[in-house]
Ligand binder design. Structure first.
Ligand SMILES: C[S@@+](CC[C@H](N)C(=O)[O-])C[C@H]1O[C@@H](n2cnc3c(N)ncnc32)[C@H](O)[C@@H]1O
Length: 235
């Protein structure tokens, strides 16, 4: 009998570990996700240990190249966390634009704001839900969402929102969870072909998946000047 009890306890422990740590609350609703990020905000950068030169090479430089024709591009970073994307982009000498950084976690945003204080005139911080972006259609030259899509309640709908606020001709840069991690996030991580297909169905062109880290691919795409029919306007 004791073995049955131990087995039940182990299974329950594994499920709790998966729900709260491996999938970071993704299946428990946005309140839990945000509470976990608020709770872990102060240690996020130390645990992540992102390398500035890698972020510059893989995130900032491709964006700067894509936006080189724009005089003062406006970039939206969805689920910005502690400001990784704004920081690397604003550090590029040839990026003259501005960044709107959106997240629902108050504490993650507070750290992001602190880290970009010196560049505060070129960045705006906004505490809102990625599922209902508070912007008009077609207003950003680029929209990014890095290491976050899998934590949003409905990733497909979140992508449609990002495409909605992207200007015709604008650039999307997102990440997708791959490898063993992807198996632990059913319905939140996608086969590269499925994601490519989905982005095309949202009206995007030039969809280019690229290997990035052990646990993530990067996917770049562009909204054609003539947008496809599947993205629904909200205004
Ligand atoms: C793994 S972090 C990624 C942060 C940053 N993009 C990076 O690459 O370091 C995921 C972020 O998504 C945010 N997030 C989760 N659900 C959200 C939602 N519904 N709306 C806005 N932000 C959300 C969390 O607060 C957290 O800051």
């Amino acid at each position: 009998m004791i073995w049955v009890g131990l087995l039940i306890l182990s299974v329950a422990g594994a499920v709790v570990y998966w729900l709260f740590f491996l999938s970071e609350g993704a299946y428990l609703g946005r309140r839990v996700v945000i509470a976990l990020y608020d709770w872990g905000a102060s240690s996020y950068d130390r645990v992540k240990n992102v390398q500035p030169h890698d972020d510059a090479a893989y995130l900032a430089r491709p964006l700067v190249a894509a936006l080189k024709e724009e005089h003062c591009p406006l970039v939206l970073d969805v689920a910005t966390g502690t400001g990784r994307l704004p920081l690397t982009l604003l550090r590029q000498w040839d990026f003259q634009g501005r960044v709107v950084a959106l997240d629902l976690s108050k504490r993650m945003l507070a750290i992001a704001r602190h880290k970009t204080h010196a560049r505060r005139h070129r960045v705006g911080w906004i505490r809102e839900d990625a599922m209902a972006l508070p912007f008009r259609n077609n207003c950003f030259h680029a929209v990014t969402c890095i290491e976050a899509l899998e934590f949003l309640p409905w990733p497909w709908e979140a992508l449609a929102e990002m495409v909605r606020v992207l200007r015709p001709g604008g650039h999307l840069l997102i990440s997708n969870r791959v490898g063993i991690d992807a198996l632990l996030l059913p319905g939140r991580a996608y086969r590269p072909e499925a994601l490519t297909e989905k982005l095309r169905a949202l009206g995007l062109a030039k969809v280019r998946p690229q290997r990035w880290q052990v646990h993530y691919d990067l996917i770049a795409a562009q909204k054609p000047v003539q947008n496809g029919p599947t993205v629904h306007a909200r205004d």
